[in-house]
Write a protein that binds this ligand. Structure first.
Ligand code: NAP
Length: 349
C-alpha cells in the first residue's frame, strides 16, 4: 500500500493512541493534533512509538473551538481522521459548553479545513452508537431485530443524554458539510462502549470507571440490569484504517462486537481469571431500587434509569465485518483491560 499522510485529531486520546500506532507501523506519516504538544503526559507515548516504527510522526497544536486552528496540521494530508471530541459523562455544569459546542464547532472547523486543503480525499469521523440511538427503550419499541447504521438518535437533547446529543449533532453536521462539496468523501465509525488496553499512561477513558467500580466493591450489592454494545479499542482503531484505505468504504459503520450487561462483564472477570479475588457484583439490583437510589450514587437521572435499565439492545455489525473487521472475543478485551487497571494501581493487587 502506498504511504499516506494522515491527520489524526485528538491524538492523545484512548482510541487515537491505537490509530496512531497502527498508522506508524504501516509506514504512514501522521500529523497528530493535540491541545498541548509540550505536555509529555499527552504525547510521550506517541513519541516513543514513533521511534521504533517505520512511519513518521509530526505533532501540531490545535483546539476544536479555534477556527483555522487545523489548517497547518492539514497541509499535505490526503486522509483526515477526526477523533477529538469531549468524552465526559459528568462533572460539568453547562452541557452545551462542555460537550455540544466543542463537538459540533470542532467538527465544522476540521471539515472546513479539509475542504481548504485540496489533497484531502477522505475524512473518517469517530462518531458513536450514541448517534444511532439515545435510550435502550427505543430498541424494544422499534420492533427491529437489531439496530443498524440506518438508525439515528432522535431522542437525546442537551438536557437528556447530552453526550449522546453531542455525538449525533456532530455527525449530522459532518454529513451536512460533506454534502456541500465533492473533493472528499465522509465515512463514519460508530463504536459502542470501548474497552481494552490503553496506550496512554493515564489510561483515562470513561469506560475505565465501570471496571474500577467492578473491582473496588462499590457494586458488590448488585448492578443495574443495563445492557450496552461493547467493542475492543484495537478493533475501533483498525476500523478507522479500513475506512480510510478501502476505496469502496461508504457511509456509517456500526462497530460493536456484542451487547453485554454489567453483570455479564462481572461474570467474565470472575469466571475467566480472578474468581473471588475481587468483590465483583454477583447479581442485578431490582429496577425500583436502582430508580430510587441510583441518582444519589452517580450522575444518572431517574428518566435515564426508566428508559434504559431492564431494556436490552442488539446491534447489527455486518457492514463492519464486510469491510474486513474481525472482532476478538470480548473476554480477551475485558481481561486485558482489567489487568491494566490493576497494573496501573487503580485497584489493589
Ligand atoms: P479521550 O481519550 O477522552 O480522547 C478525546 C480526545 O479529544 C482527547 O485526546 C482530547 O485531546 C480531545 N479533545 C477534547 N476536547 C478538545 C478540544 N476542545 N480541542 C481539541 N481536542 C479536544 O476519548 P476516546 O475514548 O479516545 O474518544 C475518542 C472519540 O471516540 C470521541 O469522539 C468519542 O466521542 C468517541 N467514542 C468513544 C467511545 C468510548 O467508549 N471511549 C465510544 C464511542 C465513541 P487533548 O489531549 O488535546 O485534550
Amino acid at each position: 500500500m502506498p504511504a499516506h499522510t494522515v491527520l489524526v485529531t485528538g491524538a492523545s486520546g484512548y482510541i487515537a493512541g491505537w490509530i496512531v500506532k497502527y498508522l506508524l507501523e504501516e509506514g504512514h506519516t501522521v500529523h497528530a493534533t493535540v491541545r498541548d504538544p509540550n505536555r509529555i503526559a499527552s504525547v510521550g507515548h506517541l513519541l516513543e512509538m514513533a521511534e521504533d516504527a517505520p512511519g513518521t510522526l509530526r505533532l501540531f497544536r490545535a483546539n476544536l473551538l479555534e477556527p483555522g486552528t487545523f489548517d497547518e496540521a492539514m497541509a499535505g494530508c490526503d486522509i483526515v481522521m477526526h477523533t477529538a471530541s469531549p468524552f465526559v459523562l459528568d462533572g460539568f455544569t453547562d452541557a452545551n459548553e462542555a460537550l455540544v459546542r466543542p463537538a459540533v464547532e470542532g467538527t465544522r472547523n476540521v471539515l472546513e479545513a479539509a475542504t481548504r486543503c485540496p489533497a484531502v480525499t477522505r475524512v473518517v469521523l469517530t462518531s458513536s452508537v450514541a448517534a444511532v440511538f439515545g435510550d435502550n427503550i427505543e430498541f424494544a419499541r422499534s420492533g427491529k431485530a437489531a439496530l443498524s447504521d440506518a438508525d439515528w438518535n432522535t431522542s437525546s437533547s442537551v438536557d437528556h443524554n447530552p453526550y449522546q446529543y453531542s455525538k449525533v449533532a456532530a455527525e449530522r453536521e459532518a454529513w451536512k458539510i460533506a454534502a456541500t462539496q465533492s473533493q472528499w468523501d465522509l465515512v463514519t465509525i460508530n463504536p459502542g462502549m470501548v474497552y481494552g488496553p490503553s496506550l496512554t499512561p493515564g489510561s483515562q477513558s470513561a469506560s475505565i470507571d465501570t471496571l474500577v467500580q467492578m473491582g473496588d466493591g462499590r457494586l458488590r450489592t448488585g448492578v443495574p440490569d443495563l445492557s450496552y454494545g461493547v467493542v475492543d479499542v484495537r478493533e475501533v482503531a483498525r476500523a478507522h484504517l479500513l475506512a480510510a484505505f478501502t476505496p469502496e468504504a461508504k457511509g456509517r459503520y456500526l462497530t460493536v462486537a456484542t451487547d453485554l450487561t454489567m453483570l455479564g462483564i462481572a461474570k467474565i472477570l470472575r469466571a475467566k481469571k480472578w474468581g473471588r479475588r475481587y468483590p465483583f457484583p454477583m447479581m442485578q439490583a431490582p429496577k425500583f431500587i436502582v430508580w430510587l437510589f441510583g441518582p444519589l450514587m452517580g450522575p444518572v437521572t431517574r428518566d435515564f434509569i426508566s428508559r434504559n435499565v431492564g431494556h436490552g439492545v442488539k446491534f447489527d455489525n455486518r457492514r463492519s465485518r464486510e469491510l474486513g473487521l474481525q472482532y476478538r472475543p470480548v473476554e480477551e478485551t475485558f481481561i486485558e483491560h482489567f489487568q491494566q487497571v490493576i497494573d496501573d494501581g487503580l485497584l489493589k493487587r
